[in-house]
Write a protein that binds this ligand. Structure first.
Ligand code: TYM
Length: 329
C-alpha cells in the first residue's frame, strides 16, 4: 500500500489553488493509501506571524481541511509542531544539504527578492524541513501543485544522497503527484501568474457565494478574438483553466467552440464559471464554521493524528540516527 503525504502552511485561508493543487487529490486517495496530511506551522514561522494569531490560523486551516472532506477516520491529520522529531530529522538531513544548492532554490530566490529585509536561515533551509516532513513517513506520493515540484526534486536528491553516502537503501524517492494528470497550477483572477495567498487574486473556500460571483465577474479578460483560431491571451487561457477544473466537459466544449468561432461573450463565460465555482465551494463553506467551533472534535482529530504521526516519525528517526552512527552509552 502506498504512503501518501501532503501539507500546507498555516497562513491564511485555503484557496482554490490549494484545493485543486493538493487537497482534492489527497481526498480522492485517502481511502486507498496510508495517508498523512499535516499543517506546516513550523514552516509558516519564516514570515514571523503574530504569536497571538498562530494557533487561530492553524485552527482555521484545519477546519477548512476537514470541511473539504479529509476524513480523520482514515487519514492521519496532524499539526507539524506536535511531532517535533521532524526538527531533529531536518537537522540531520541538513548535514548533506550544500548551502549553494539551497541558495539556488527558486522559492528562496523569490522570497529574498520580495522580502529582502527578512532573509532568515529558516527560509534557506525550508526545503530540508519539507524533505524531513516527507521522508519521516517514507512517503511514496506527495499530492502538490506545480509550484512545489522543485521542493520534491530536492527531497529525492536528499534521499538518494543519504542512501549513497551511508551505503543503505533506506529512503524511498517520493514523487510529486496529481491524481491521474500532470501537476496543476491554478491561475489567479488577475490575468497572470498563479492563485496565491499573498497575491490578492484568490477565490477562497470560505468565500460567500456573492463574493465569488463578484470576484469572477471582475476577472481580467480581453477584448475577444477577432479571427478563427486566434491563440488565447493569458488572462483568457486562465479563465479556461479554471473552467476545466470546475465545469462539465460539455460546458468547456461549448465555450471553447464559442471562442474558436469568435462568438464568445466573456460575461456569459464568467457567469457560468462563477456558478460552477459556487457549486464546489458552497457545501464546503457551510461546514467550515461548525467545525471551527467544535473544540472537542478538533482536539480529538489532532491528538489522535499526532500520536500516529509521532510513532511513524520516531521509528524513522531512530533508524536514521543508527545509520549515521549516533549511539547511547
Ligand atoms: P502552500 O501552503 O503554499 O500550499 C499548499 C498546497 O497548495 C498548492 N498550491 C497550488 N496548487 C496549484 N495552483 C496554485 N495556484 C496553488 N497554490 C498553492 C501547493 O502546491 C501545495 O501543494 N511548502 C508547502 C507546505 C509543505 C509541504 C510539506 C507540502 C511543507 N511541508 C511536505 C507537501 C509535503 C507550501 O508552502 O504549500
Amino acid at each position: 500500500m502506498d504512503t501518501v503525504l501532503s501539507g500546507i502552511r498555516s497562513t491564511g485561508r485555503l484557496h482554490l489553488g490549494n484545493y485543486f493543487g493538493a487537497l482534492r487529490n489527497f481526498i480522492k486517495m485517502q481511502h486507498d493509501a496510508r495517508c498523512f496530511f499535516f499543517i506546516a506551522d513550523y514552516h509558516s514561522l519564516t514570515t514571523h506571524p503574530d504569536p497571538k494569531m498562530l494557533h487561530d490560523n492553524v485552527r482555521g486551516v484545519l477546519s477548512e481541511y476537514l470541511a473539504a472532506g479529509l476524513d480523520p477516520s482514515v487519514a492521519t491529520i496532524y499539526v507539524q509542531s506536535d511531532v517535533p522529531t521532524v526538527a531533529e530529522l531536518s537537522m540531520l538531513l541538513s548535514m548533506h544539504a550544500p548551502v549553494g544548492e539551497l541558495e539556488r532554490t527558486a522559492s528562496f530566490k523569490d522570497k529574498i527578492r520580495k522580502h529582502p529585509d527578512n532573509v532568515n536561515a529558516g527560509l534557506l533551509t525550508y526545503p530540508v524541513l519539507m524533505a524531513a516532513d516527507i521522508l519521516q513517513h517514507r512517503a511514496d506520493k506527495v499530492p502538490v501543485g506545480k509550484d512545489q515540484e522543485q521542493h520534491l526534486e530536492m527531497t529525492r536528491v536528499y534521499a538518494r544522497r543519504f542512501n549513497s553516502f551511508y551505503g543503505v537503501e533506506y529512503f524511498k524517492e517520493p514523487t510529486a503527484y496529481n491524481f491521474g494528470t500532470e501537476l496543476v497550477k491554478v491561475p489567479g483572477l488577475d490575468g497572470s501568474g498563479k492563485m496565491g495567498k499573498s497575491e490578492g487574486n484568490g477565490l477562497y473556500l470560505s468565500d460567500p457565494d456573492e463574493e465569488i460571483r463578484k470576484k469572477v465577474m471582475r476577472a481580467v479578460s480581453d477584448s475577444g478574438p477577432t479571427r478563427e483560431g486566434e491563440p488565447m491571451t493569458e488572462p483568457v487561457a486562465n479563465l479556461f483553466t479554471l473552467l476545466r477544473l470546475v465545469s462539465s466537459p460539455d460546458t468547456v466544449a461549448f465555450f471553447t467552440h464559442a471562442y474558436n468561432s469568435c462568438s464568445i461573450r466573456y460575461g456569459d463565460l464568467k457567469k457560468q464559471l462563477a456558478e460552477d465555482i459556487v457549486a464546489v465551494v458552497a457545501p464546503i463553506r457551510q461546514k467550515i464554521e461548525q467545525i471551527r467551533n467544535d473544540d472537542g472534535f478538533l482536539h480529538r482529530v489532532t491528538s489522535e493524528g499526532a500520536e500516529r504521526a509521532r510513532e511513524s516519525s520516531s521509528k524513522t528517526l531512530a533508524d536514521v540516527r543508527e545509520i549515521m552512527g549516533i549511539k547511547r552509552f
